[in-house]
Design a binder for this molecule. Structure first.
Ligand code: HAM
Length: 428
């Protein structure tokens, strides 16, 4: 039997890891500067937390996308299919609503959805997620959208398009759904099978259909934006004014619909043209009423999440990511048995300051230098009988071929001086 990663999952190999770190560091930097604090909820929760939050007409529930299981104690648990419900549960459990508003929280980590795998769609994927709780001013909506845009920019992305819409208040949505049921109900047999199903459970999702026939019908329909009440309209206009003022480029999308039921008013997505059909890097919206729905005090909120796999795909398309493998500065070669323990001890000392690797068995100089070159090191340090007697290492600069002896006790200052020289050349 040959084991393989489960369908829809993948390994992040050591060569790819720096790209992931780069994204998480960009998020930590941009969000941290805006006062967003990191929170890490558990990977699984009581299923009810997710079911109640997502809503019965959400994709997660309708398309049975949740990984749910019963544990030995008979509890029904679910691997998180999004961060929002767990973050809000923690916000309530720890009384964070008593803190001065807004409370800003971000998270990173794996998310699980039983979806059909394809490019940009996995069963285990990773999100960076952000929630801003406690204020309903449109200023917060504009700030939150800007944070998503800025974070994606900081990841190295250029060709971003921000789509901004509003799904209105619950009564607006109800009115629009009634309108859709009436209009589409008359043409149900012309719709694709998925859209017929959506029409029954969540008519707004029909707008999202990729089917060409469906899209012809959708093109004849009124848009959700035409159903906004006066307050929701004014809110939406104010969000746009802020974004325009701050120079955040966006386009109003009159038919933005999201796969989760909890959204109210502002809804947004950021897309990238180069990553195929699943072009949404991230998205989110306002969810006033959700905290209350989960048993807390009435608390407005807004947030977003982006998928890290899609962002990395987009970064590769934009061609801005440099290969960033962690290469050692120095590779030590033991040329006899005694030197094996000696180079290990030297490496441990130097690792307080530099990336240092070494061989684990006796090597002749030719093979040892090849090991050093393969590691990508800039210097090789050879150690044998002759070096031991003199208390030195023979150092070879693998870029220039230059060779010299450096006393054991001088290795640290020698390497530090070389790095210092690099910085000076780089800053000229
Ligand atoms: P979402 O739109 O369901 O929103 O997911 C956000 C992002 O996660 C998507 O734009 C996409 O990049 C990524 N994503 C979703 N499903 C997959 C998948 N199967 N494979 C790879 N990437 C995927 C939410 O999750 C909301 N909780 C966001 C939010 C936070 N709203 C308010 N606060």
């Amino acid at each position: 039997m040959k084991f393989q990663a489960v369908k829809g999952t993948y390994d992040i190999l050591p060569t790819d890891q720096p790209r992931w770190t780069h994204v998480f560091e960009a998020a930590a930097r941009v969000l941290g500067r805006a006062g967003v604090q990191e929170i890490t909820p558990p990977i699984f929760e009581h299923s009810e937390v997710f079911v109640k939050a997502a809503g019965e007409s959400s994709d997660l529930v309708v398309q049975k996308e949740m990984y749910t299981f019963t544990d030995a104690g008979g509890r029904t648990l679910t691997l998180r299919p999004e961060f929002t419900p767990g973050v809000l549960r923690a916000y309530l459990e720890h009384g964070m609503y008593t803190r001065p508003a807004p409370v800003k929280l971000w998270s990173r980590g794996p998310i699980f959805r039983a979806e059909k795998p394809q490019r940009g769609r996995f069963r285990q994927f990773q999100q960076v997620n952000c929630e801003v709780l406690g204020l309903e001013t449109p200023l917060i909506d504009a700030e939150t959208v800007t944070l998503l845009y800025r974070t994606l920019q900081a990841c190295g992305l250029k060709n971003l398009s921000v789509k901004l819409g509003s799904v209105g208040d619950p009564e607006d949505r109800a009115a629009y759904n009634r309108y859709l049921r009436e209009e589409l109900g008359q043409r149900a047999e012309e719709l694709s099978k998925t859209s017929r199903e959506r029409l029954r459970l969540n008519p707004m999702r029909v707008l999202d259909s990729k089917d060409a026939g469906d899209q012809e019908i959708v093109a004849t329909l009124k848009r959700p934006l035409e159903f906004l009440n006066a307050d929701a309209r004014a809110h939406f206009d104010a969000v746009q004014d802020y974004l325009t003022d701050w120079g955040v480029p966006f386009a109003v999308d009159s038919s933005i619909v999201r796969g989760l039921d909890y959204y109210r008013r502002t809804a947004f997505e950021v897309h990238h043209a180069g990553i195929g059909a699943q072009s949404a890097l991230g998205g989110g919206g306002r969810y006033d009423g959700l905290v209350e729905h989960l048993g807390g005090p009435a608390t407005p909120g807004i947030g977003w999440a982006f998928g890290v796999e899609r962002v990395l795909d987009a970064v590769a398309q934009d061609g801005v990511m440099q290969e960033a493998e962690a290469k050692p500065l120095l590779f030590l070669v033991p040329m006899d048995e005694t030197a094996v323990a000696e180079v290990a001890r030297t490496a441990f000392g130097l690792r307080n300051f530099f990336a240092v690797q070494h061989g684990y068995k006796e090597r002749n100089p030719g093979k040892g230098l090849r090991d050093a070159e393969r590691s990508g090191a800039r210097f090789a340090g050879l150690r044998g009988d002759r070096e031991r007697e003199r208390g030195v290492y023979t150092l070879k600069n693998l870029e220039t071929g230059e060779q010299l002896e450096v006393a054991e006790t001088d290795l640290e200052s020698f390497l530090a001086a070389r790095l210092e020289a690099d910085v000076q050349v780089g800053s000229l």
